[in-house]
Design a protein. Structure first.
Length: 384
């Protein structure tokens, strides 16, 4: 999608954006903001160098960004209902019975102190502690494609403990401090309650190392492959062991070299081992520790806490572990091509509205791509 779009791409996007407009229109009180929202998504899919207020206003044929700013800050529309429409849209376009939900976060480096949620905090985008906002996101991944379907702005305690500051940024009075893990659990619950077909959840150690998060997934009957830290502890038979101790007892013949998916330089090959760990009801729901070791540097090891049906195979867990990388591509495309990080709003409402429309633009691309995929077994040649 990167680069100047082709005429065919523009035509496909235009048609699909009109379909999206028909879906979300009922969540707008008036026709003017509804028209702007559809134009906003279209502008995010356009070839403007930056997707800021002025550029998007030009895409809408407006002389100033006032209308765009009104859409994001003050117009009467329900961003949460539009987010639900996004989930339904992705379900229809990409849904498969064994889809995977992927939780991750990304940072938005900011200057100043007035943007809602901004603080000195670790930003994966910057790779260090930086003055930034952090958003928690939920992606849906299937063989048909992948897209981001939900978003939540993380508010540090220095914000939630200062209600005057929250009020100035438009944070609703009932919004209290919530950890990133709590935000992730809510998003998974919303996706499931919306009927999104998913059997697995993947996430890194920020989420996987939290017992309550793993327990919530088990209670919903979802399988998971979640990164954990080296101090992860589990019962193996009659012994309680940390992940590093389990690694030390893996026999050489137990390692298996396998790809967890295609990367930019070919198959992502690692050495893998797994062991069954104790669970509360192993006949109905089993647990494992999956260990990944670098081929080039055997000291580079990663651990994954896993849970799922007892018949789950080694290959199943490796595949789900590899699926997590799809969320990185989602972030790259959302920021690079759909303006996710180019917003000029400071309020709680503005952030969530912009993010919702940006994720809808990303989903349009994913759905169109899925329709253009070559059917299995088809001979080489152009798309019909």
């Amino acid at each position: 999608m990167s680069g100047r779009p082709t005429a065919k791409q523009v035509a496909r996007w235009a048609r699909e954006v009109e379909v999206v407009g028909g879906r979300i229109g009922r969540h707008f009180a008036r026709s003017e903001p509804r028209r702007r929202a559809v134009g906003y998504i279209r502008g995010l899919l356009g070839d403007a160098e930056r997707k800021n207020g002025w550029q998007l206003a030009e895409a809408l044929g407006e002389a100033t960004p006032d209308g765009v700013q009104h859409l994001l800050a003050r117009a009467d529309w329900d961003a949460e209902a539009v987010r639900d429409e996004l989930t339904d849209y992705v379900r229809g376009g990409l849904g498969v019975p064994d889809g995977v939900l992927v939780v991750d976060e990304t940072g938005f480096v900011k200057k100043g102190v007035k943007s809602c949620g901004v603080a000195r905090q670790y930003s994966g985008t910057a790779g260090r502690v930086e003055n930034s906002q952090v958003g928690v996101f939920l992606a849906y991944v299937s063989p048909k494609g992948h897209a981001l379907i939900d978003r939540a702005l993380y508010l540090p305690k220095e914000w939630t403990n200062d209600r005057d500051r929250c009020g100035a940024a438009g944070v609703p009075e009932d919004v209290a401090f919530a950890t990133k893990i709590a935000l992730a659990k809510r998003m998974v619950e919303r996706a499931c309650e919306r009927g999104l077909p998913a059997r697995w959840v993947a996430a890194d150690s920020v989420y996987g190392s939290d017992y309550s998060f793993r327990n919530a997934l088990e209670n919903r009957g979802l399988g998971y492959v979640l990164g954990v830290r080296t101090d992860f502890s589990a019962w193996v038979g009659l012994r309680q062991m940390r992940a590093k101790a389990i690694l030390a007892e893996v026999p050489a013949k137990a390692w298996r070299r396998s790809s967890c998916g295609a990367g930019s330089k070919g198959p992502r090959l690692y050495d893998w081992a797994w062991t069954r760990i104790n669970g509360l009801g192993p006949e109905a729901y089993a647990r494992w520790l999956l260990i990944r070791r670098s081929v080039s540097d055997p000291t580079e090891v990663a651990y994954f806490a896993c849970g799922g049906p007892p018949a789950t195979t080694h290959d199943d867990l490796i595949r789900i572990a590899g699926v997590r990388w799809a969320v990185e591509e989602c972030f790259e495309l959302a920021k690079g091509d759909c303006g996710l990080d180019e917003y000029e709003v400071r309020s709680w409402t503005g952030w969530h509205r912009h993010a919702t429309l940006s994720l809808f633009a990303l989903a349009v691309v994913a759905v169109i791509r899925s329709r253009l995929q070559k059917p299995a077994g088809r001979k080489k040649g152009g798309i019909g």
